[in-house]
Design a protein around this ligand. Structure first.
Ligand code: GBH
Length: 512
């Protein structure tokens, strides 16, 4: 009760811009990191035995969908330049690096009948280079780049993918397991499923509106849970790591406090957060009741013989419940909603949800159209998760800001600091968060936005043959935060020179 009251008081205060000038510090064991993903940085799309991913296929066949025509063929060329990447991590002084493994680089057929040793070796080299400097790898198994071969069999809409994903995870755990303490199974099911199978904004751009999204969500969640159980039963005692899933947990508030807007906001949170979190973290398990009800009702009206949202049977509910050591929270932005006044295609996820999204008056706009800064939203998202799901262990696995090119990125530094300030308040009010991850270490291929939206603490010069990386001002600010453990102390770099903090660690045999 006490925690609950403090929450209410604090969020009322920060949403009104109140401050108490108390210095809040991140505890010593709190971890700071940065993230990237395979397709977005690696390049080498067909080297050393790697096969095509759905993003290779999509952007090769449809260059017109990309804002500036860029694709991931070369990207930041991290496949060849990973040592420079680790040097940047050492400059920042981070505790960990979150990167992802490309499934088609490791298993070119998609299946484990053929293991691409060279592909696995790349990740092993990267991990060894990280560990040399005491930087922990946080490894994502799936960040949007499915082997094209599996897409031809239906991809995430085919329930067989649950087995294929388990087979893939096994190969990776066997090879890299002893060196990795933090695993993320799957990144952002909503992007995979809603944007990939409904809205056609991401590969595979299958337009199966209102149906495919939900098949995908069920399969993604079950694939995650099966891999979680695999690790729990066969690797955890040996390797002592933890396994989580990264979900998009952006905040949604009503446009104002009218009953209908508040109801719209509650519904929108169930459709964007609850749909993924409830099966794993709620006491009842299963999809949220409200979501089940709405989709069942609409499906009936639309003449479907059964709900477009597939059922979870009791064994599946059991498998999913508690199947995560931590919540990986990707948080970028906040929106305000009202009940929709638009006509959406029917059936579709947008129609099932039926809300309109608005922006707060004073919220600063990022370079990406969807990205607005509202730090209080991170606070509220944490408190929401705490109250709905009993204070789960969590890590912020992504948060970031997009700009134009340029090294003087004052806004990125400011946004990171303000969001970290909100996170400190959430921690004071009981949030069990162990890590913060800035997206991204460096500029990368921002999916269909190409390189027109830059998220990097380091700028990448795509015209340079060595894809030259240069620290932005925000890199120095983040480095300072990591050193001082304080988010907003007015510190500002006087020059953009960045020097190495993380030194080689003395080798500890037992650990390696
Ligand atoms: C994350 O997604 C991703 O995990 C990461 O790969 C990505 O680079 C990063 O954030 C920055 O976007 O332009 O209106 O069509 C965050 C969620 C998913 C939000 C794609 C933007 C496209 C919306 N993003 N979405 S739109």
């Amino acid at each position: 009760m006490k925690i609950f009251l403090t929450c209410i008081l604090s969020f009322l205060s920060i949403s009104q811009g109140w401050r108490d000038y108390k210095v809040r510090k991140f505890p010593e064991n709190f971890m700071f990191g940065v993230a990237s993903s395979a397709y977005q940085v690696e390049g080498a799309w067909n080297e050393d035995g790697k096969s095509e991913s759905i993003w290779d296929r999509y952007l090769h066949n449809h260059p017109e969908v990309v804002a500036d025509g860029t694709n991931g063929d070369v990207a930041s060329d991290s496949y060849h330049l990973y040592k420079r990447d680790v040097e940047m991590l050492r400059e920042l002084g981070v505790d960990f690096y979150r990167f992802s493994i490309s499934w088609p680089r490791v298993l070119p057929t998609g299946f484990d009948n053929e293991i691409n040793i060279k592909g696995l070796k790349y990740y092993e080299n990267l991990i060894d280079e990280l560990l040399k400097y005491d930087i922990q790898p946080m490894v994502t198994l799936y960040h949007f780049d499915l082997p094209q071969r599996l897409q031809e069999l239906g991809g995430w809409a085919n329930p067989e993918i649950i087995n294929w994903f388990v087979d893939y995870a096994k190969v990776v755990f066997d090879k890299l397991g002893p060196k990795v303490k933090y695993w993320i199974t799957i990144n952002q099911p909503n992007s995979i499923c809603i944007d990939g199978y409904g809205e056609s904004m991401m590969a595979p751009a299958v337009d199966s509106k209102g149906v495919g999204e939900y098949l995908c969500i069920k399969n993604v969640l079950l694939a995650h849970a099966k891999v979680y159980r695999l690790y729990e039963s066969q690797y955890k005692t040996k390797h002592k790591g933890s396994v989580g899933i990264s979900l998009a947990v952006n905040w949604i508030d009503p446009l104002n406090n009218s009953t209908e807007n508040s109801e719209a906001a509650k519904k929108a949170r169930e459709f964007t957060i609850g749909l993924y979190m409830n099966p794993i973290w709620s006491t009842k398990g299963d999809f949220p009741a409200l979501v089940k009800e709405i989709i069942a009702k609409k499906s009936k009206e639309q003449g479907f013989p059964r709900s477009r949202l597939p059922k979870l049977i009791p064994e599946e509910i059991k498998l999913l419940k508690g199947a995560s050591d931590f919540l990986g929270m990707n948080h970028y932005t906040t929106s305000l909603v009202t009940p929709s006044t638009q006509e959406f295609p029917s059936p579709s996820f947008a129609d099932d949800l039926s809300v309109d999204f608005h922006t707060g008056k004073d919220w600063i706009q990022g370079k990406s159209p969807w990205l607005k800064s509202a730090p209080y939203g991170l606070y509220k998202a944490c408190i929401h998760v705490n109250l709905e799901y009993s204070y789960p262990r969590m890590m912020i696995t992504e948060h970031g800001w997009s700009t134009e090119t340029g090294l003087q990125d004052y806004r990125r530094g400011a946004v990171i600091r303000e969001y970290l300030g909100a996170l400190l308040l959430a921690m004071e009010d009981g949030t069990d968060v162990q890590a913060y991850t800035a997206w991204s270490l460096m500029d990368n291929v921002e999916w269909t936005a190409g390189v027109s939206e830059r998220f990097g603490l380091y700028e990448v010069d795509y015209n340079s043959p060595i894809k030259k990386r240069t620290a932005r001002q925000s890199a120095l600010i983040y480095k300072h935060v990591i050193e001082s453990r304080v988010s907003e102390d007015g510190w500002f770099p006087s020059s953009l020179n960045i020097s190495i903090t993380k030194k080689k660690k003395a080798p500890v045999k037992a650990e390696l």
